[in-house]
Design a protein. Structure first.
Length: 406
């Protein structure tokens, strides 16, 4: 299995947005407000759940407004991130915008439209694409009952290769549509020119050469192309994307508790953990880890060791088609052998500090959350933070999650 991580997402934010009329006369469509924030902030927040650490905004029309609003968008994101803006020198189309940003893009990156959102388990695509030895370019598809507004995407009957795009479909006909989310590598640039359309030129070329694969996923989809769509998004996005949450202890829940596990050689996954985490991600939960790590205070391993271990563990989870949205740890202990960690901290469970940080960053409603842990301190911390708490052991995490007994 590849140990690579997908960390970058490019977003197309240069469209004219004419169908929204006066709303987009001076404001780029992705910056139109939905609830208490720009639509783009909702989209970037969702992408951060799956390990995206850098965004490249492919701008054109009203690019100066994009530049001016970057700081405001950052304020609505739960994690710090790097945001780079690529401005096309002329009206270049969606494919041309990609062409002018090629020097900023990783060998593999996500690309998505800035005026639509497909809230699904994106690691299903990421894990499959990165582990595919043939590499290549992918488009995320979704099934709809009526293709009339979208046009159809045709997959080969016995493979995941995209055969063709059909811009016109019969009203009432069901089928697959392009969700506007792609996982691409630099081979795409052999099909991209300075002025071209991703949808009309690049994707059909890739498909005709057998260079485009498709994956069908389920999830909430919304675009804001029409006034009615925007009105619906204003109501739906906070309800859909401010998700219920599961807070997980680590040792004894994610991995076997062997006492102060801080290195990969002592990290053993609990049975069925990947299936459990896939289930939680598919079901639309935020999934967090909150872990006491007094092994650092005892000198068994360092904070750098722990960070490296958790980076590897979360990458592995994502390769298995699940995600950990975020995590917190507490390295201190009031009786620590190492003086610099000899602290009584409210972050250490049964204190609620780690939970409180995640609740604030991700705008979590504790009443819709649960903590799953194997210690009495976990139960105390969860209840004190306003969460439900469920003890793991002797049942495994997989038993509890897959039996829907949280």
């Amino acid at each position: 299995m590849s140990d690579a991580a997908l960390r970058q997402c490019a977003i197309l934010v240069g469209g004219l947005g004419t169908r929204l009329g006066s709303l987009t006369a001076t404001t780029p469509k992705p910056l139109v407000r939905c609830g208490d924030r720009p639509f783009l902030a909702w989209l970037m927040r969702e992408m951060q759940r799956f390990g995206i650490e850098e965004f490249v905004l492919l701008a054109g029309h009203l690019s100066e407004e994009i530049e001016r609003k970057v700081a405001a968008i950052q304020e609505h994101l739960p994690k710090s991130t790097r945001i780079t803006i690529s401005v096309e020198p002329v009206r270049a189309g969606t494919g041309g915008a990609l062409h002018y940003a090629r020097h900023l893009l990783d060998e593999r990156f996500l690309l998505c439209n800035g005026d639509s959102i497909f809230a699904c388990n994106l690691t299903r695509l990421i894990g499959r694409a990165i582990s595919d030895p043939t590499g290549g370019n992918w488009v995320l598809l979704r099934a709809v009952d009526d293709l009339d507004r979208y046009g159809a995407v045709e997959l080969a009957r016995e493979s995941n290769h995209v055969v063709a795009f059909h811009p016109v479909a019969q009203p009432g006909q069901s089928g697959l549509i392009n969700s506007g989310v792609y996982l691409l590598d630099h081979s795409v640039f052999s099909h991209v020119s300075e002025t071209c359309s991703l949808e009309a030129d690049v994707l059909p070329q890739l498909a005709s050469h057998g260079g485009l694969k498709g994956m069908v996923l389920e999830g909430y989809f919304r675009d804001i192309g029409l006034p009615g769509d925007l009105s619906a998004a204003e109501l739906e996005l906070p309800r859909r994307l401010l998700r219920p949450s599961v807070f997980l202890d680590r040792d004894g829940v994610i991995n076997v508790d062997q006492g102060w596990v801080g290195t990969r050689d002592r990290f053993i996954w609990t049975q069925g953990v990947f299936e459990a985490l896939r289930c939680l991600t598919d079901d639309g939960f935020h999934v967090f880890i909150v872990t006491n790590q007094s092994g650092i205070a005892r000198g068994f391993y360092t904070e750098e060791d722990l960070q490296g271990l958790m980076d590897w563990a979360i990458r592995t989870i994502r390769m298995q088609g699940a995600t950990i949205d975020d995590w917190r740890y507490c390295p201190t202990h009031p009786e620590a052998p190492l003086a610099q960690y000899r602290v009584k901290s409210s972050r250490r469970k049964p204190g609620t500090g780690m939970i409180d940080e995640l609740v604030h960053a991700w705008e979590v409603d504790p009443a819709k959350g649960v903590l799953l842990g194997d210690q009495t301190t976990d139960m105390a911390a969860g209840r004190a933070a306003g969460l439900r708490a469920r003890r793991i052991g002797p049942q495994l995490l997989a038993d509890v999650v897959l039996n829907r007994s949280m």
